[in-house]
Design a protein around this ligand. Structure first.
Ligand code: PGA
Length: 249
């Protein structure tokens, strides 16, 4: 099965509604003929405006986080149902900034992921090791644990809707990218882990994105690797021209 390259932009806490609309209006003509899947995750407040601007195009809008309950006394939180109503079709779960700055753990991440699945939203599960973990040789152990716990209770059928994003923490926003060979080796081992747990067909259809300082000048080499199916991009997804270059790599 062929996995069409998927380029996802994570805008983090950037862009107002008006800026989101202007970005998409600028992006659309630049990617009109791209044979790519295109995802954008604006801040919550700009999701509805981004959906309106992207309507009728192949750009898919999603969110950067979600709570695992559908409603309740959770000050400051947003549920899958609220996101769906705005038009969000996917949600990033367990981004390393959420894990480190907002103390999210694998148990909570798993609850969010399962809620997204049951509400029909595509979860992008982020995994990644720190520099220290890589240095002491525990990269695989860390990633397998994040997948084991993050995907706890997820069925083979449900896995079809899950996307994994491998984002080495030392590469996020630092300008240091894993080399294509390094990233490929990790993606391969993650896919083999999925194969062991879910079977070859599940492993082959699974999208594994790479993230961490992906730029227009390094994306082509990354995307040549057989197990890298796309990119999750922060900084370089904030400008429509550079995001279009990533999409049209
Ligand atoms: P970056 O961020 O591309 O700015 O390194 C990636 C991410 O956090 O998803």
């Amino acid at each position: 099965m062929k996995r069409i390259p998927l380029i996802a932009g994570n805008w983090k806490m950037y862009k107002t509604r008006a800026e989101a609309q202007a970005f998409i209006a600028d992006l659309l003509p630049l990617v009109a003929s791209a044979q790519r899947r295109i995802f954008i995750a604006p801040p919550f407040t700009a999701i509805e405006a981004a959906c309106a601007a992207a309507r009728g195009s192949k750009i898919v809008i999603g969110a950067q986080n979600v709570h695992d309950a559908n409603e309740g006394a959770f000050t400051g939180e947003v549920s899958c149902r609220m996101l769906k109503e705005l038009g969000a079709a996917f949600v990033i779960i367990g981004h390393s900034e959420r894990r480190t700055l907002f103390s999210e753990n694998d148990t909570w991440i798993n609850r969010k992921l399962k809620r997204a699945l049951s509400e029909g939203i595509i979860p992008i599960l982020c995994i990644g090791e720190t520099f220290e973990q890589r240095e002491v040789g525990s990269t695989d152990e860390v990633l397998f644990q994040q997948m084991e716990e993050g995907l706890q209770g997820v069925t083979k059928q449900e896995l079809k809707s899950v996307i994994i994003a491998y984002e080495p923490i030392w590469a996020i926003g630092t300008g240091k990218t894993a080399t294509p060979e390094m990233a490929q080796a990790v993606h391969r081992r993650c896919r083999l882990w999925v194969e062991k747990k879910y079977g070859l067909d599940s492993a082959e259809q699974l999208y594994i994105l790479y993230g961490g300082s992906v730029k227009p000048d390094n994306i082509a080499a990354l995307m040549q690797e057989p197990d890298i199916d796309g990119a999750l991009v922060g900084g370089a997804a904030l400008d429509p021209r550079s995001f279009a270059q990533l999409i049209n790599f």
